[in-house]
Design a protein around this ligand. Structure first.
Ligand code: NDP
Ligand code: GUE
Length: 298
């Protein structure tokens, strides 16, 4: 039976460190500032954004939230981002994705000052990560959090281990693959065109699922003893809880996979809370850099 990697507990450790370091920064007269921008009324996005703002306040940050109507024009959103770029009280800018269809996401992301891009989605930060310039990059929060969870089980050096990442998005799959490679794992990236995925997955010492398909990864896809990182967040109907009720599941069939894995992350309480904790860590890092101070390692 697998060890369960407790994302909530590790996230609390990260946040505790952020709080301590925020106090250190205060001695230099600096308060980390995070701006979260949300366009439209998607209920799931509202929940995530609210918990980001709550965490930021808990860390002692200056926290501002801009909630804009779904009809907001692309130019108006660009103007807001430029205003936040110029605001010295703001060290981190997060524009919640996805954006409404009439707004070009790429244009918005490339408008964010790379030095305030705490999501790590700007070309500059993607390039830094891709070339191994990890000291200056902002690393996307979800894969960064997943790596900290992996570290608890496998350490920082993954030499000799094979990793399979299912999913190749710019937000999760690709940066995850780059981080695993930087940690010396031998990495394969799978996606919707991959042939015989179950057999490929079963070769992995480290299996990362970032697909968005509820419980797609079955128990017999898991190599005995493997470390399984489930990034998926899927809300599915739960009639057993009552009519119209839902529950969250990952991309991995947890009950089956935990019988074979050596260690596994749960959903909820796994990668999700780590994502928010790493957003705080990245914002703190940005404030340290702006102040000309060496940021702490996480
Ligand atoms: N825990 C957290 O903090 C976060 C969780 N998530 C969750 O992670 C999951 C992935 O998110 P994201 O990367 O944004 O999703 P995307 O939809 O952008 O990417 C999904 C990837 O999965 C691949 N895929 C789809 N179907 C299959 C299949 N049948 N077999 C193999 N690969 C497949 C796609 O392949 P192709 O490229 O060929 O289309 C694509 O590369 C979602 O559940 C999302 O909610 C996301 C962000 C943060
Ligand atoms: N610019 C941008 N950056 C993001 O990082 C970003 C984004 N857009 N858009 C959406 C995705 C998704 N995401 C999550 C964050 C926390 C949880 C989380 O805390 N989940 C809890 C459960 C929350 C619940 O109950 O719904 C858990 O897994 O335990 C989940 C998902 C960040 N994303």
């Amino acid at each position: 039976m697998a060890d369960i990697i407790d994302g909530k507990a590790i996230a609390e450790d990260v946040v505790a460190k952020v709080k301590t370091q925020t106090a250190t920064l205060a001695e230099h007269g600096v308060t980390p500032g995070l701006a979260v921008v949300i366009v439209g009324e998607d209920p799931a996005s509202q929940v995530y954004v609210a918990s980001k703002s709550r965490r930021a306040k808990e860390c002692g940050f200056h926290s501002v939230q801009h909630s804009l109507p779904a009809e907001t024009s692309e130019d108006a959103l660009v103007a807001l981002v430029e205003e936040l770029n110029a605001d010295p009280a703001i060290h981190g800018i997060l524009v919640q994705l996805p954006l409404p269809g009439h707004i070009d996401e790429a244009r918005i992301i490339q408008t964010i000052d790379p030095d305030k891009d705490v999501d790590g989605f700007h070309f500059i930060n993607v390039g830094r990560l891709g070339t191994g310039a990890l000291d200056s990059a902002f690393v996307p929060c979800t894969p960064a959090g997943a790596m900290l969870m992996l570290e608890r089980v496998r350490g920082r050096d993954l030499s000799g281990l094979s990793a399979v990442v299912i999913g190749r998005s710019n937000i999760v799959g690709k940066p995850m693959a780059n981080l695993l490679l930087a940690a010396n794992a031998t990495v394969t990236v799978a996606h919707s065109r991959t042939k015989d995925l179950p057999a490929l997955a079963a070769t992995a010492d480290i299996l990362v699922a970032a697909v968005g398909r509820p419980e797609m990864v079955r128990g017999d896809w898991v190599k005995p003893g493997a470390t399984v990182i489930d990034v998926g967040i899927n809300r599915i109907p739960a009639p057993e809880k009552g009519e119209g009720k839902t529950r969250l599941v990952g991309d991995v069939a947890f009950a089956e996979a935990k019988e074979r894995a050596g260690a596994i992350t749960p959903v909820p309480g796994g990668v999700g809370p780590m994502t928010i904790a790493m957003l705080m860590a990245n914002t703190l890092t940005s404030a340290f850099r702006t102040a000309g101070l060496e940021p702490p390692a996480f």
